[in-house]
Design a protein around this ligand. Sequence first.
Ligand SMILES: *[C@@H]1O[C@H](CO)[C@@H](O)[C@H](O)[C@H]1NC(C)=O
Ligand SMILES: *[C@@H]1O[C@H](CO)[C@@H](O)[C@H](O)[C@H]1NC(C)=O
Ligand SMILES: *[C@@H]1O[C@H](CO)[C@@H](O)[C@H](O)[C@H]1NC(C)=O
Ligand SMILES: *[C@@H]1O[C@H](CO)[C@@H](O)[C@H](O)[C@H]1NC(C)=O
Length: 416
Amino acid sequence: MAESMLILRMCSIMLVLGFSEAKMEIITSKPDLLLGENAMLLCKAGGEGDITWQKDGEDAEEDQIEKVDETSSKLLIRNAKMEDAGRYTCLCDFDTGHIDHTSYIIFVYERPSFGETLAYHEFLEGQDVVITCMVTGKPVVEVNWERDHEKLHSEAGRITRLKDNSLQINNINRKDRGTYTCEAKIKDRPIFEKLDISISVNVPPTAKIHEEVKKVTAGPETNVSLRCLVEGVPQPNIIWTVPDSSDESRYKYNSDKSELIISSVVRSDYGEYICTAKNKISESSAMIMLDVSEHPVAVLSQKKMELEPGQTLSVSCNVSGHPMPALQWVRKTNNDHLLTVDAGGGRVRMEDGYVLVVDNVTSSDGGLYSCMAISPAGNASTDFSLQTWPGKASQDVRTIGRRESSSPQTPWLSKI
Ligand SMILES: *[C@@H]1O[C@H](CO)[C@@H](O)[C@H](O)[C@H]1NC(C)=O
Ligand SMILES: *[C@@H]1O[C@H](CO)[C@@H](O)[C@H](O)[C@H]1NC(C)=O
Ligand SMILES: *[C@@H]1O[C@H](CO)[C@@H](O)[C@H](O)[C@H]1NC(C)=O
Ligand SMILES: *[C@@H]1O[C@H](CO)[C@@H](O)[C@H](O)[C@H]1NC(C)=O
């Protein structure tokens, strides 16, 4: 350590004593010369003497050299060629008797360029792709890749650089989209050009609906929402195919149409709803069945009747709903019992599945009867009032028809 300090000090002393007058330098604008450019190297010898130039150890061309004065000389590079690159040395044979020299290295380059390199690629997800970067430039061009302005990380086996500087991406996915930058740099020089290459990755659409069947009961309060899960790149457009019977004026969609809302569902909304997602790659559909049940309704031909003993009662009841409800006539007794009216040959019977018939009405037949509509969507009943003339409601109805078996849907009905 001490030794080297000593040497350094001795050098400084020599510099001050012996060479201070003869400090030589070459002045030029920059070391890097673009092919075709002109440059001038000015050598200042710092003292009078005979100045000569060499390039890479050989005497420079005479026509390149211009003497400025006794202490300086110019070397001109006109229309720079690759061969002009090299070490330029200015030598001075000083009048004082000593000789000195200094050197300057000139680099000549051809600007990096990307030729026909494509700046936009569109791929399909899952493909193995190669992104090329075709560079030219002299003397030697190095290629570096960046992704979204950060150094690209290669992923073992998936993202690799090929020998020709292309980038290979296997099984490309939607997350790989973005801007890739190819940087072409002159080897060992701070000279580079960049080209942004946009990569978009398309994904064929998929449409999914979680349920296959949606069951709702029709009614003014019933709103139904059908949701279609859609994926794809570019963002697919969604269209719905709906049953012809459904009235689309009650439909509402969310902004991307992935959700269809039907308000106040009616029976005619029943059917298949198909959501189709489509982008420029392809299309995909999903289907949901809307099963609309309707609350049953029972409608009577008359609400009440007055009959004289001996007359025949005939009152019909229509039921509707979905699924079609079962129809049951019952008689209501004073103690809130319900007695079913059977089909068959009795005096009090149900005919054709919906007509209540009472032959030879007696005063004991007077009272309330009820037509019931029974379905999984609910039950409904409508009362019918029979008044006999002279009115005399019976307390003990012994028999109104026969009953062979009890209906499993009406366990609360007593047998008669
Ligand atoms: C059904 O939709 C209608 C219209 O959008 C709305 O006014 C109503 O509150 C909704 N009813 C229910 C039960 O959500
Ligand atoms: C019951 O339905 C039949 C046939 O649909 C119809 O002719 C009749 O008028 C209806 N009766 C009532 C009371 O609605
Ligand atoms: C009604 O009663 C009378 C006598 O009580 C009888 O002759 C007639 O057959 C009965 N009619 C029916 C339809 O049962
Ligand atoms: C309809 O009636 C059946 C019996 O016939 C009963 O089991 C069911 O609970 C009733 N449903 C409603 C909604 O009242």
